[in-house]
Design a protein around this ligand. Structure first.
Ligand SMILES: Nc1ncnc2c1ncn2[C@@H]1O[C@H](COP(=O)(O)OP(=O)(O)OP(=O)(O)O)[C@@H](O)[C@H]1O
Ligand SMILES: Nc1nc(=O)c2ncn([C@H]3C[C@H](O)[C@@H](CO)O3)c2[nH]1
Length: 228
C-alpha cells in the first residue's frame, strides 16, 4: 500500500500531476473539492466573512479523503491535510478570522489529527511538493481561468498569492509526517512536454524505489502519452 500526497501553492499543478501520476502508477486519485465547492466563490467574493466557513469545509472534505486514502490500497491525493492550517493561519494573520474562530479551528484540527493517529496507517508514504515562482503561479491561474482567482477580480489577490508563497517555504521545510521531495514546477512542464513529464515521473518512482514503496506489481508503462 502506497499513499502519495501532493502539495504546493494555488495553480502549482497538483491536480494535473495527481491525474498523471495515478494513471502511471495504476493507483486511485483523490481530488480536492473545487468545482463542487459551494463556499469557494463566496470566500473570494467576501474573504473576511467566509474564511472560517471555507476552512471548515476544506478540513472536513480533506479528512474524509485522507481517511479513505489511508485505509484503501494505493492512492494519490492532490493536496495534503497538513496544508490546511497554513491557509487558515495566513488568513487569520491578515484579519480574516476572529480569535474565537481561530481557537475553534485549532481545536477541531487537533481532534481530527488525533483521529488519524489512531488509524493503522497514520501518515502518507511520500509528500511530493511542487515549487513554483509567483510568475508561474499567475500564468497557471490565468490558464485555468477560474474567474474568482484572477488578479482582475480583486486587487488584493496579488498580495494574497505572494504571501501564500512566503508561507509555503517554512511549511515545506518543517514538514515531517513522511519522507518528502520537491519538483521544480517552473522548469518542468509536465503537461505539454513529454520529456519533462518522464523526468518528473522518474524522480517520483526513483524516490519510491529507494524507499521500497513502489507497488510490487507495478511495471513501468512504455507509452506515457496516455497518462495525461
Ligand atoms: N508543469 C506544468 N506545466 C504547464 N502547465 C501546467 C503545469 N502544471 C499545471 N499546469 C496547468 O496549470 C493550470 C493549473 O494546474 P492545476 O489545476 O493542476 O493546479 P493545482 O495545483 O491543482 O491548483 P489548485 O491549488 O488551485 O487546485 C492548469 O491549467 C494546468 O493545465
Ligand atoms: N482559504 C483557503 N483555505 C484552504 O485550505 C484552501 N485550500 C484550497 N484553497 C483554494 C485555493 C484555490 O483557489 C482553490 C483550489 O485549491 O481553493 C483554499 N483556500
Amino acid at each position: 500500500m502506497t499513499v502519495i500526497v501532493l502539495s504546493g501553492p494555488i495553480g502549482a499543478g497538483k491536480s494535473s500531476l495527481t491525474s498523471i501520476l495515478s494513471k502511471y502508477l495504476g493507483t486511485k486519485p483523490f481530488y480536492e473539492s473545487v468545482d463542487d465547492n459551494p463556499v469557494l466563490p463566496l470566500f473570494y467574493a467576501d474573504p473576511k466573512k467566509y474564511a472560517f466557513l471555507l476552512q471548515v469545509y476544506f478540513l472536513n472534505t480533506r479528512f474524509h479523503s485522507i481517511k479513505d486514502a489511508l485505509t484503501e490500497d494505493n492512492n494519490v491525493l492532490d493536496r495534503s491535510i497538513y496544508e490546511d492550517a497554513l491557509f487558515f493561519q495566513m488568513n487569520a494573520d491578515i484579519g480574516r478570522a476572529t480569535s474565537e474562530e481561530v481557537d475553534t479551528y485549532y481545536e477541531l484540527l487537533h481532534n481530527m489529527m488525533n483521529e488519524l493517529e489512531r488509524m493503522p496507517k497514520k501518515n502518507p508514504d511520500l509528500l511530493v511538493h511542487i515549487n513554483v515562482s509567483y510568475d508561474t503561479m499567475i500564468k497557471r491561474i490565468k490558464k485555468r481561468g477560474r474567474p474568482y482567482e484572477q488578479l482582475s477580480y480583486d486587487s488584493t489577490l496579488e498580495d494574497y498569492y505572494k504571501r501564500l508563497l512566503r508561507y509555503y517555504k517554512p511549511w515545506y521545510e518543517s514538514y515531517d509526517y513522511s519522507p518528502k521531495m520537491e519538483i521544480d514546477g517552473d522548469k518542468l512542464d509536465f503537461m505539454a512536454n513529454p520529456a519533462d513529464k518522464q523526468i518528473v515521473l522518474d524522480q517520483i518512482t526513483d524516490k519510491l524505489k529507494e524507499m521500497g514503496k513502489l507497488p510490487e506489481d507495478w511495471e513501468k508503462p512504455t507509452d506515457i502519452q496516455s497518462e495525461a
